[in-house]
Structure formats: C-alpha cells, structure tokens
Design a protein around this ligand. Sequence first.
Ligand code: HEM
Ligand code: HEM
Length: 226
Amino acid sequence: MSEPPAPGVRVRLWDLPTRLIHWSLVALVAFSWWSAEEGEMELHRYSGYAVLALLVFRLYWGFAGSSTARFAGFVKGPAAVAAHLRSFAQRGPSDIAGHNPLGALSVLALLAALIAQVGFGLFAVDVDGLESGPLSHLVDFDTGRVFAELHETSFNVLLVLIGLHLAAIAFYLVYKRDNLVRPMVTGWRTFSGPAPAVRFAPAWRILVGVVLAAAAAWAVARGFRF
Ligand code: HEM
Ligand code: HEM
C-alpha cells in the first residue's frame, strides 16, 4: 500500500522578476552562443545588451527585491555552508525558503561569470577588426584581441558552471527528492513544516529596476557616446 501524501503548505517563493530573469538568461545565453557560432554578430551584440540589462536588474533586485531574491537573505558564511553539507546525510527536501547556503555560492558564481562574459565582450575585437564590442574604441587593437580571448575563455568557464548547476539540480531531484525546477517556473513550492515568511517587493520597484536596466544597456550599447 502506498503511503498517504505528507501534509504540506504551499508558499509563493519566487517573484515574477526573478523567474523571468532566470528563464530569459537561459534563452539568451543559448542565443548568444548560436549567434556567435553563426557569425550573426549584430544579433549577438543585441542579445548581449539584453543579458546586460537583465544582470543590472538582477543586481538591483538583490538589494531592493523580494526577500528570497536579496543577497543578504541567501548569502551565508562557511559555517552555514558546512551545516548544509552535513544535512546531505539525510535524504528528503529541506525547509529553506529560497537558495540554500551552498546554492547561493553557485548563484554568485553564475552571476559573476555572466558579468565577466558581457564585460569582456564589450571590449572585444575580432581578428580582422571588423566586428567589435561597443566599448572597444576605449582600448587599442591588441588589447581588444586580449578581451576577445578572455571572452572565449569566460564562455568555457560559464559552460562548466552551467554544467555544475544542472548536475546540482539533478542531485537535489534524485537524492534529496526535491524538485527545485517547478518553483522556479511557477513561483510556488510546498513545505512539509510551518510556512516560511517571504516578503514581496512592491510593484513600483520593478519599474525603477526596468528604467535603470534599460538606461544602462542603452548607454553601454552607444559606447557612452551621446
Ligand atoms: C551572455 C553573453 C554572451 C555570450 C554567451 C557570448 C559568447 C560568445 C562566443 C561563444 C563567442 C565566440 C568566441 C570564439 O570562439 O571566438 C563570442 C564572440 C564575440 N562576442 Fe560574445 N558573448 C556574449 C556577449 C557579448 C557582448 C555583450 C558583446 C558586445 C556587445 C559580445 C561581443 C563579441 C565579439 C565582438 C565577438 C567576436 C570576437 C572574436 O571573433 O574573436 N559578446 N561571444
Ligand atoms: C544558461 C543556463 C543557465 C544559467 C546562466 C542559469 C543561472 C541561474 C542563476 C543566476 C540562478 C539564481 C537565480 C536568482 O536568484 O536570480 C539560477 C537558479 C536556478 N536555476 Fe538556473 N541557470 C541556467 C539554466 C538552468 C536550467 C536549464 C534549469 C532547469 C533545468 C535551471 C534551474 C534553476 C533552478 C531550479 C534554480 C533555483 C535553485 C534554487 O532553488 O536555489 N537553470 N540559475
């Protein structure tokens, strides 16, 4: 006879901006890769500006967003990471409302790798000087080539981090029986214990973030030449 389902309480965990940013980043990283491989450099740059805008918004949201999106809410010290590692001795989902202390490190690493990827691309110049990032006029040709090399290297680093990210999600699903993907899609998650408190940011803050992100991407795309 199968066991009756454990009683659970449904909690809204991730706000819409956090989820939209995540799935847009997934689509745009794939599109950036494809466009670079196909030599569609104009599309590649537009895709990069969109990633830049999303990153600016995500950094802002890390300070002004809902409690599960704030860096202060999920970035913890080594003791919390060690305690989380010890919890692997037991299978079953955790009751943490948001990123766990170990996942927080991968969130920071992914965001840093994406910032590096975009940052290097802005200064990159291709081998014949025909295709370049919008800030490449600030550096000489050889330095632009170095940025292009860094842009290629950081992409490989990004691919490794994405591989680890997916492996960790699969591990939580199979070993901890914890489906992290569904909440990142729907926003909602079921907890077996008491409902954790999540504070959601007011909608006007989204507007401020959109203006900030759009202004930053527009200024960078113009190479700060107004
Ligand atoms: C998530 C964002 C991005 C990803 C994943 C990405 C990925 C790539 C990849 C895989 C290449 C080919 C590297 C090679 O094999 O030579 C490339 C080339 C290039 N990217 Fe990006 N890129 C991104 C953002 C940007 C941005 C924001 C810009 C500038 C606006 C940019 C400008 C360039 C340029 C100029 C090249 C050609 C460099 C060369 O031919 O040596 N990229 N990018
Ligand atoms: C280009 C590929 C990807 C990148 C760059 C990426 C990046 C990120 C980032 C930055 C976060 C932190 C979210 C935030 O707080 O804003 C995150 C979380 C997350 N990602 Fe991805 N991701 C990628 C692919 C995927 C895919 C394909 C899946 C699903 C199979 C996925 C599932 C998740 C989940 C479930 C979380 C939340 C983890 C948790 O509960 O702590 N990601 N990802």
